[in-house]
Write a protein that binds this ligand. Structure first.
Ligand SMILES: *Cc1c(COP(=O)(O)O)cnc(C)c1O
Length: 349
């Protein structure tokens, strides 16, 4: 078995020695009594980072999304979401099971405009339409290839949502990737959203944890739904300490992951078996298509053969594959992975 290069997700990172040290020495208490100093510190740090009053530590990004839906909607409400959103496609039906909402997908490639919002809003109090209560954005947008939402388009869409009386939620699992790639602060990217979720266990490299952030009032409501969903923890400071360590040490380096994704994409494009929209390779995700040609495998066969050669990837569609760079792969690993992927795609191995 050759050396394993795992590009399935940025969730596969292992905690560094320094992070484990921070975890082992974390001061802890019972967070259900508000007495875990490490959780309290992390929540304060993230509220400050996002320019809001308060934040709540939750076990996962999925729970941040689900608690946000419970906090901002009622059963039967309509929620506007970008196409191929995590909250629709990757949460095993949680949004309908937990919050009882229905979704309307808007825009293309993760991006939507003010016109898209206005065209999709259903009025409240109508005898047949489900009332539209919430607009969700995803930044960076995962399935669109880790793109950063264009700020002016987003601002106009948020204004249209405000005029229509919608609540707003940012699924910012990879918001810090967006911040680093665009040279803006996370607080800047969070402006106009009532609740914001960010993940510590993606590119930031912590073993678990996400935060939901917003006004003190909304976060107080979110507390109840976290508990209702089983996400209230006790001496969670051991995990929170990993998160604080990641915020201190693993944010600026996201730039390296972004450069490595670029290297991977460019190496893959040296052959003619893949199409990749290079303009979409803005952060740490590469979404590639296997061209429709005799001899070029489909995504499932491609991913299987790459795995046998030590390169781990995820199939996202019949001919669509995703590769994600992270803390535990360097530029050389990306070049080696590209070599394997090109050989597999053109049947040379
Ligand atoms: C990964 C991800 C989540 C969910 O995070 P988990 O911690 O895996 O539950 C939510 N939104 C987006 C955009 C993600 O990429």
């Amino acid at each position: 078995m050759p050396e394993r290069i795992d590009l399935r997700s940025d969730t596969v990172t292992l905690p560094t020695a320094a992070m484990r040290h921070a975890m082992a020495s974390a001061e802890v208490g019972d967070d259900q009594y508000g007495e875990d100093p490490s959780v309290n510190r992390l929540q304060d740090e993230v509220a400050q980072l996002l320019g809001v009053e308060a934040a709540l530590f939750v076990p996962s990004g999925t729970m941040a999304n689900q608690v946000a839906l419970r906090t901002l909607t009622r059963p039967g409400d309509d929620v506007l979401v970008p196409v191929q959103a995590h909250i629709v496609l990757h949460e095993t039906g949680a949004s309908s099971a937990n919050a009882g909402v229905q979704f309307s997908e808007i825009g293309a490639g993760g991006i939507f405009t003010a016109d898209d919002v206005r065209a999709a809003v259903k009025p409240r109090g109508h005898i047949v339409y489900p009332p539209t209560a919430l607009l969700v954005a995803e930044n960076t947008h995962n399935r669109a290839g880790g793109i950063v939402l264009p700020p002016d388009t987003l601002r106009a869409a948020l204004e249209a949502a405000r005029v229509a009386g919608l609540a707003t939620y940012l699924d910012g699992a990879r918001l810090l990737n967006a911040a680093v790639a665009s040279g803006r602060t996370a607080a800047d990217l969070a402006v106009g959203f009532e609740l914001i979720g960010i993940s510590l266990s993606k590119g930031l490299g912590a073993p678990a944890g996400s935060l939901l952030a917003g006004s003190r009032d909304l976060i107080a409501t979110a507390h109840r739904y976290r508990r209702m969903l089983g996400g209230a923890m006790r001496q969670a400071g051991i995990l929170a300490a990993a998160g604080s360590h990641a915020l201190d040490h693993h944010v600026a380096r996201l730039e390296v992951d972004h450069a490595n994704a670029r290297i991977l994409a460019e190496e893959l494009l040296r052959g003619d078996d893949f199409t990749i929209d290079l303009a979409s390779v803005q952060t740490n995700i590469v979404v590639l298509q296997l061209v429709e040609r005799r001899g070029v495998p489909d995504a499932a066969a491609f991913v299987g053969s790459c795995r046998e050669r030590g390169v781990l990837l995820n199939a996202f569609g019949p001919r669509t594959v995703r590769a994600v760079t992270h803390l535990d792969v360097d530029a050389d690993a990306c070049r080696s992975a590209a070599k394997v992927m090109r050989a597999v795609a053109d049947g040379r191995s």
